[in-house]
Design a protein around this ligand. Structure first.
Ligand code: MRU
Length: 369
């Protein structure tokens, strides 16, 4: 399989390699652990396999995780509907499966958002029609989950077109981690804005942080940008400050895993340092994310759980130990950037600016009266 055969075209526009595809009744994930060396698929149709795939980052990036989980939950519903006549009997199974999916990675809110959306739809349909057959309900859930894949692509294209208005001509843009098609189910958010800027003729070029320890920048972002013909330069994470001081960077743009109502943003570890550096050098710092990445239950980022992953991810490089094999290491996968350091948040509902306490609830439609 080569990337050419995996790219998706929507309304005549190539939206990149989709991380998730549905084939008959199977859920196939692009195995992001093997990129860019190999483009392979991982069959995550079974619930346990999807839980493994999310935990081990076969599929990653908050929006892609959300859509993959929704598909897995619906597929699980279809499996368990086979032995049941009443749809009501399906609800406890869905609830239990949703719990298992949500326990895989704690920081990104899209996982919770997607699982709740499927469960709520099931609950509402059962309440609306107590006689609905279990198999009918399960089919509807599969349709809903599939529509979430499609709507993510369109949402990303809308927010990217809005965000490209913030990119000056010939800009040097710094990005961190991977917020492209692979992370977001098509087109991209932070990378989507850069792609839209390219297609608008703005000629951006990109500095890509390698993004230790899982190297999403060097493995995935460079891969996506090269396929799109966007000039890019890979750098060590720690070079960003010096490049800013030398005026080599015009703006920073990153994705997000969870955003609180005051703009506090959890994203890949290293994002906070970039925001501080951008502030110190007077450079705009943008976050691009769909509205499904906002957590309406959190007034501030204090309540966001930051995932801690295995120390082995930093002790080893691949299978090779790069320190003492028993070194004490702390591998927090995300950090928190205060809203006060973010110049604007680019969403499909518009470009949100400070005060975020006002603009975010308004965009989400959850303002206090
Ligand atoms: O650990 P990952 O690779 O899932 O983390 C991904 C990120 O932090 C991305 O920047 C984030 O999900 C935004 S991409 C839409």
């Amino acid at each position: 399989m080569n990337e050419g055969t995996c790219r998706q075209v929507i309304d005549g526009q190539d939206v990149g390699v989709l991380p998730v595809r549905l084939e008959d009744e199977r859920i196939l994930l692009v195995d992001q652990r093997s990129l860019p060396d190999k483009l392979e698929f991982f069959d995550a149709t079974e619930l346990k396999d999807m839980c493994f795939a999310i935990r081990e980052m076969v599929v990653r990036g908050a929006p892609s995780i959300g859509v993959a989980a929704a598909l897995a939950l619906a597929a699980h519903g279809k499996q368990s509907a086979k032995g049941k006549s009443s749809a009501t009997d399906l609800l406890p199974d869905l609830q239990e499966a949703g719990k298992q999916l949500q326990s895989t990675r704690p920081t990104g809110v899209n996982l919770k958002w997607a699982v709740e959306k499927i469960y709520l739809a099931a609950d509402q349909q059962v309440k609306g029609d107590t006689k609905v057959a279990a198999t009918t309900l399960a089919d509807r859930l599969v349709e809903l989950a599939a529509s979430m894949l499609d709507s993510h692509i369109r949402t990303n294209m809308v927010l990217s077109a809005l965000g490209s208005a913030l990119i000056p001509e010939n800009a040097s843009v710094l990005t961190h981690c991977n917020a492209g098609s692979l992370a977001t189910c098509g087109w991209g958010t932070a990378l989507g804005v850069i792609r839209s800027a390219k297609f608008a003729g703005l000629n951006p070029n990109v500095f890509v942080d390698e993004t230790r320890p899982r190297n999403q920048g060097s493995r995935l972002t460079v891969w996506e940008l090269v396929q799109d013909g966007i000039p890019c330069t890979l750098i060590c994470d720690s070079l960003a400050g010096y490049l800013m001081a030398k005026k080599k960077i015009d703006l920073v743009i990153v994705g997000a895993d969870r955003i609180a109502l005051n703009g506090d943003t959890a994203n890949k570890v290293g994002t906070y340092s970039l925001a501080v550096l951008a502030k110190a050098h007077g450079i705009p710092f943008y976050v691009a994310a769909p509205l499904s990445t906002f957590d309406p239950t959190l007034p501030t980022g204090d309540g966001i759980v930051i995932e801690e992953r295995s120390a082995d991810e930093i002790i080893k490089f691949g299978d090779h130990s790069i320190t003492l094999s028993n070194a004490n290491a702390l591998n927090l996968a995300f950090d928190l950037t205060p809203g006060s350091l973010i110049t604007a948040i680019i969403t499909e509902g518009g470009i949100l600016r400070s005060s975020y306490e006002r603009s975010i609830p308004q965009a989400l439609g959850v303002e206090k009266q």
